[in-house]
Design a protein around this ligand. Structure first.
Ligand code: NAP
Length: 336
């Protein structure tokens, strides 16, 4: 059986996901597309999924009887509308991060999903599908290093474009750590603090870069993450868990050690897309399989909401220099 998918948003990641779903992955086909730019949608369909119908609006696509499940890859501010429409139509929906651009909007999605009585929504936090993070999670859950006490992490990009401004270091970059670290330690955050570093001369447009975010969890785990998006040398994701009985590190991507020009070493990736490319395949393949079985096995709407609340607290902590509390209601039974 094949899952017939409609894709809303045929920009960069929409095209990549369409190519995955139609060519590389099993059990799915893209039967419908939509984009606010209809010429773009027509061109993408012609190139990547010629038999797909191009719909005039995202709502038409969601309500089409030919569409079993919806993939939302449009820009962030449109996510809420399309995810709510899918819930109303009773259709499974995979929404790229962010679930919505405000915590209030994420909560509206959570409430709509609970009211529908069906698990329908998955959020595109793909780090949970990275082979390295999965190995690290196994080490934690097996108890090999005892209870996690502290985590030291880093998210470094070689550089960022001119349109990367303001708090995007948190809302666009650190948002991935927010989700994956909470999943790793299986604990919710209770507070956030941001400590500014000395500004790099490579940081453009008044961007604060680098800084450290410190999150504390309910059970007392302290997580520090360096965010440095103009580090120059490469795309470098680090995570070390300090446990009661040992430490565990996120494995480095496999590269060939070389000795050359009086130096010994391994290359470091420059492109974030390459670092996590395999995890996108695993993420969507597992979503297709789970959806065909009527399940949601990945990050839920509640996870999307919790990430949004945490991100807001980090932005406030960065602005004020204060330790900011992270408050949500208890996780609803629906998401346990
Ligand atoms: P993009 O290249 O700008 O693509 C977004 C597309 O959505 C554009 O074609 C845009 O059209 C279209 N669009 C905007 N509003 C729409 C609406 N109301 N209805 C239908 N289509 C609409 O952006 P992207 O890089 O693909 O990112 C898309 C989403 O994926 C974002 O939320 C982003 O954060 C997320 N993302 C996630 C990851 C990850 O690692 N998980 C990586 C990349 C992106 P116009 O260009 O004409 O406005």
């Amino acid at each position: 059986m094949s899952l017939k998918i409609g894709v809303i948003g045929t920009g960069a990641i929409g095209q990549e996901h369409i190519a995955r779903l139609n060519g590389k992955l099993a059990g799915s086909s893209v039967v419908a597309v939509n984009d606010i730019n209809s010429e773009n949608a027509q061109a993408v369909a012609a190139r990547l999924c010629p038999s797909a119908k191009v719909h005039a609006t995202g709502q038409d696509l969601v309500n089409s009887p030919d569409v079993d499940a919806v993939l939302v890859t449009s820009w962030g501010p449109s996510h809420e509308e399309f995810v709510l429409a899918a819930i109303e139509a009773g259709k499974p929906v995979f929404c790229e991060k962010p679930l919505a651009t405000t915590a209030e909007a994420c909560l509206r999605i959570v409430e709509a999903e609970i009211a529908s009585g069906r698990h329908l929504v998955q959020v595109g936090f793909m780090r949970r599908y990275d082979a390295g993070y999965r190995l690290l999670k196994e080490v934690v859950t097996s108890g090999q290093i005892g209870d996690p006490l502290m985590l030291h992490c880093a998210h470094r990009n070689p550089s960022v474009p001119a349109h990367y401004v303001g708090d995007m270091g948190i809302t666009d970059t650190f948002i991935h750590e927010i989700d994956v670290l909470r999943w790793l330690v299986d604990d919710d955050y209770v507070s956030a603090q941001v400590i500014q570093g000395k500004r790099s001369r490579h940081a453009l447009n008044g961007l604060d870069d680098p800084y450290i975010v410190v999150l504390k969890t309910k059970s007392g785990v302290v997580i520090d993450t360096e965010i440095f998006v103009n580090c120059q040398f490469g795309y470098d994701i680090q995570c070390q868990i300090v446990g009661e009985d040992g430490t565990a590190n996120l494995p480095e991507p496999a590269t060939v050690p070389m000795r050359k020009n009086q130096m010994a070493g391994q290359s470091i990736m420059m492109d974030w897309k390459l670092r996590f490319i395999d995890s996108y395949d695993v993420e969507l393949q597992e979503w297709v399989q789970a959806t065909l079985q009527g399940k949601v096995t990945g990050p839920t709407a509640w996870d999307g909401y919790f990430a949004a609340v945490t991100s807001d607290a980090c932005v406030e902590a960065k602005r004020t220099g204060q330790i900011v509390a992270i408050n949500t209601d208890a996780r609803p039974d629906f998401y346990r």
